[in-house]
Design a protein around this ligand. Structure first.
Ligand code: ATP
Ligand code: MG
Length: 421
């Protein structure tokens, strides 16, 4: 069990999150940025934390997966599918049937289960299911009681503000958290890179955003989104495999994802890549039943839709370079150049080989000649928002920013709007 964190250790008194963070971030964030995690600091950082189950817990929710772990750690300790199901089971002891909830991959294991949609387009829509998922994370994945650990929850871009009150309600009234805080995912991703200003391009499972973060604040007016993300790439690869007469039913979608992760890459120049003889880009993939399939052009045709979505998909499917450009166009001149030089790729679907170079080249073509563009793609970028939360929750100056339990019960859920930035 983790060591207890009582309310006093969450800090007392009022604080302005931004001023507190700004006092500390330049020194502290730089020390624990994603890039420094990959250097020699990792070993000492890890060895200090290895096996320790203490301090605040950070939960980062995505439509595909929910990631949780302890602040100060380099990566989340647990990641499960964002799935909750209810099924009716026979309870031997009680001699009756009762409804039981299952979470993560387990949610799909039982027949006759009702799958509950926890999130839609990156936003939590079922708070009861979210509570089940978080409770499961604490009890079964982290192995600590939620009453003993402050909780930092990441907030997806463009979330309705009412969502913050719901988080507070679940955390304080159901989980019994001693303290909570919510911070926007793009701000946390920026912190994870040891920065406070950047254009965050997060390519997730069902949604992709370009969010300019300036001095630790999301610029909502210049935030852009597109529906081009991992799930439509998996769908498109299934179609391409179908054209090759490899029909992998829906139940094999994890296999298609595996093929996508291991075989696909983004071409630097799509038209040129198509002229290359297929044999020079052929790669074999062994299916679970032992059959082998050979992929060639499909390897780069699939992720090409990140830049050139199918015209039939509609207006909400915009290429990621176009989305980034539209966001940059809305920024005032004086901060635009900072953003150009700090384009941070984040999210699971940003992991394709060749993607950073292609995005760099596409942006260089659509921005004014001579614009200096730098696309940053660090190895740990899939978990950038979680890592930023881990850094933030462990900063000394941040400790007075937690919304304490007593404050919540004095002021009510609206306190989240005063204390979270
Ligand atoms: N190595 C990889 N190469 C390509 N795609 C990958 C790789 N690893 C994971 N993905 C894809 O990344 C997606 C999940 O990304 P992520 O975890 O950022 O999404 P999420 O935060 O759960 O969802 P969202 O942000 O859309 O709400 C999935 O579609 C998955 O197939
Ligand atoms: Mg996400």
């Amino acid at each position: 069990m983790g060591s207890s964190q009582d309310e006093d250790s969450l800090g007392t008194g009022t604080c302005s999150p931004m001023s507190s963070l700004h006092e500390c971030h330049q020194d502290e964030l730089g020390l624990r940025s994603v890039s420094s995690f990959s250097s020699t600091t990792i070993s000492s950082f890890l060895s200090e934390d290895l096996g320790l189950r203490t301090g605040p817990v950070v939960i980062d929710m995505g439509t595909r997966s929910c990631r949780a772990g302890f602040s100060g750690h380099q990566t989340p300790s647990a990641e499960i599918s964002t799935l909750v199901s209810h099924t009716t089971v026979w309870s031997k002891g009680l001699e009756e049937t009762r409804s039981e909830a299952f979470t993560g991959e387990e949610a799909l294991l039982y027949p006759d289960t009702e799958i509950i949609e926890v999130m839609q387009n990156g936003i939590i829509i079922n708070w009861e299911a979210a509570e089940t998922l978080w409770q499961h994370m604490f009890e079964h994945k982290l192995g600590v009681p939620p009453e003993e650990h402050a909780l930092l929850i990441t907030e997806p871009p463009l979330s309705p503000t009412s969502g913050r009150e719901n988080v507070a309600e679940v955390a304080f009234e159901s989980l019994g958290s001693p303290g909570i805080f919510m911070a926007p995912q793009p701000v946390l991703s920026t912190y994870a890179h040891g920065r406070t200003s950047a254009l965050v391009v997060d390519i997730g499972h069902v949604v992709t955003h370009a969010v300019p973060v300036h001095d630790g604040n999301c610029l909502a007016y210049a935030t852009k989104r597109t529906d081009v993300a991992g799930s439509c790439l998996t769908w498109y690869l299934t179609m391409l495999l179908g054209d090759m007469e490899h029909t992998l039913g829906d139940w094999l979608s994890p296999v298609v994802e595996d093929i996508k992760h291991t075989c696909c890459y983004v071409a630097f120049d799509f038209d040129n890549e198509c002229l290359v003889p297929p044999t020079s880009c052929t790669l074999d993939f062994t299916l679970p039943d032992g059959q082998t399939i050979s992929l060639s052009k499909e390897r780069f045709q699939c992720p090409e839709v990140l830049f050139n979505p199918l015209p039939t998909w509609g207006d909400s499917y915009m290429g990621i370079h176009e989305m980034a450009q539209r966001s940059l166009d809305l920024l005032p001149e004086d901060i635009r150049s900072v953003m150009h030089r700090n384009i941070l790729l984040c999210g699971g679907s940003s992991l394709f080989e060749g993607l950073p170079r292609r995005l760099d080249s596409e942006l260089a073509q659509c921005l004014p000649p001579g614009t200096e563009v730098e696309v940053v793609a660090v190895p740990g970028r899939r978990h950038a928002a979680w890592m930023g939360g881990s850094v933030l929750a462990s900063l000394t100056n941040f400790q007075s920013c937690w919304i304490r339990r007593d404050e919540y019960y004095e002021e009510g859920p609206c306190i989240v709007h005063q204390k979270c930035f």
